[in-house]
Design a binder for this molecule. Structure first.
Ligand SMILES: NC(=O)C1=CN([C@@H]2O[C@H](COP(=O)(O)OP(=O)(O)OC[C@H]3O[C@@H](n4cnc5c(N)ncnc54)[C@H](OP(=O)(O)O)[C@@H]3O)[C@@H](O)[C@H]2O)C=CC1
Ligand SMILES: O=C1OC[C@@H](O)[C@H](O)[C@H]1O
Length: 352
């Protein structure tokens, strides 16, 4: 019998910072049971020197084109999809430019600064007939798939009543330059879009069998310092008294047990170095021995989202079912509401 070749995707990477390096390192990993081939076709930086340094530090093949502008990368006919690893405030423009050049797009979280920007990007992708997805990589981890199966199909802890998740990462912002994406409000800095988005995602993964079936009410508070939210707390209240508690802070450190999900018959604790990187979870059912599920894999795990994208594009899909575009818009709207109550405003929003 003839074997079908694996789908192949030729990636153009824009932004030569931290996440682009992690993404490239994972994509070029030699790993077992691959479902797609990922080719790093091009690297685009804001200068040729930055792109060259990135390429030399993370060598990803012999035929990689190295560009000193994003525009050149968008115009490269050998690039199928653009991976956007730039600060939040640039995502809208970077997405629109790539999409208008006819490229598929995988854009880092948070997808844009707000839901209006997300809608604009998604509408343009629809018009151009290209694939687009927010790179919320944690959703694609086998751990999350197994956890959701246990919570929502098998009802391992019965009806879920509450979930709480924390992502806190102490940052000495005073030591960062004002140009840092983690400090500069004009680049979309703040606890919510950078790390609170993971806490929000976990609460939604735990509480919602069907994403967006019910829109929770939000009660939120933020601590604003030097024009950015350095801490965010939001309570999501669903009908029948179910609640989710979302926390994020740039002053404290999350516990390794960063998420707790409570149901009528027991609870689940999720562990890992951060809410973005879960490694295990333990199911505690009343009067039974706890059961621990551990997940080990090579690298960091960015290839799962990349594999999903490759399979979707080879099937001619324009969006993904694990991170649907409607869900990206809804997450951005929930964060809009959290910021409306909490007080975080991005400079570009003050002028509209
Ligand atoms: N999924 C995950 O696990 C993670 C996701 N992220 C997300 O990735 C994105 C980028 O974060 P991260 O890699 O940490 O950021 P970095 O600051 O490390 O890198 C961002 C890159 O964007 C480019 N860039 C373009 N314009 C600017 C500008 N005005 N200021 C700063 N950089 C600029 C730069 O590369 P160049 O100049 O060469 O174009 C820069 O190196 C964010 O959306 C963040 O939320 C971040 C960390 C982990
Ligand atoms: O997505 C992220 O996860 C890890 C954090 O270090 C980073 O700031 C954030 O962008």
């Amino acid at each position: 019998m003839l074997e079908h070749p694996l789908p192949s995707l030729r990636w153009g990477i824009i932004g030569t910072g931290l996440i682009s390096s992690w993404f490239v390192e994972d994509l070029i990993l030699d790993r077992p049971n691959k479902v797609a081939n990922h080719i790093i076709q091009a690297i685009g930086g804001s200068s040729l020197q930055k792109a060259q340094v990135f390429f030399e530090k993370y060598p990803s093949g012999n035929n990689v084109s190295v560009y000193g502008s994003y525009k050149e990368l968008y115009e490269d006919p050998n690039v199928d999809i653009v991976y956007i690893g730039t600060p939040h405030a640039l995502h809208k423009t970077n997405c629109l430019d790539a999409i208008r050049a006819g490229k598929h797009v995988l854009c880092e979280k948070a997808f844009t600064l707000n839901s209006a920007e997300a809608e604009e990007v998604i509408a343009e992708a629809e018009r151009q007939g290209v694939f687009v997805m927010e790179a919320m990589w944690t959703r694609f981890m086998p751990l999350v798939e197994k956890l959701r199966e246990l919570l929502h199909q098998e009802k391992a802890i019965g009806d879920i009543h509450r979930a709480s998740c924390d992502f806190s990462l102490p940052m000495d912002l005073s030591s960062f330059p004002s140009t840092s994406r983690l400090k500069n409000p004009a680049l979309g800095a703040g606890s919510l879009l950078d790390i609170g988005i993971y806490s929000l995602t976990w609460v939604i993964l735990a509480m919602e069998t069907n994403f967006g079936h019910e829109q929770p009410k939000i009660l939120a508070s933020q601590v604003i310092r030097d024009e950015i939210d350095i801490a965010t707390t939001a309570i999501l209240t669903y009908s029948h008294g179910k609640q989710g508690v979302v926390t994020a802070s740039l002053s404290t450190t999350s516990p390794s047990s960063f998420c707790r999900i409570e149901g009528a018959k027991g609870f689940v604790i999720v562990d890992g170095p951060a809410a973005s990187m879960p490694q295990s979870f333990t199911v505690h059912v009343h009067n039974q021995e706890p059961v621990k599920y551990e997940f080990k894999a090579p690298g960091r795990g960015y290839y799962w989202e990349a594999d999903a994208v490759a399979l979707d594009i080879s099937a001619n899909k324009k969006g993904n079912s694990v991170m649907p575009l409607t869900e990206t818009i809804r997450i951005m709207s929930l964060m809009d509401e959290i910021r409306r109550q909490g007080g975080a405003v991005f400079p570009i929003e003050e002028t509209v």
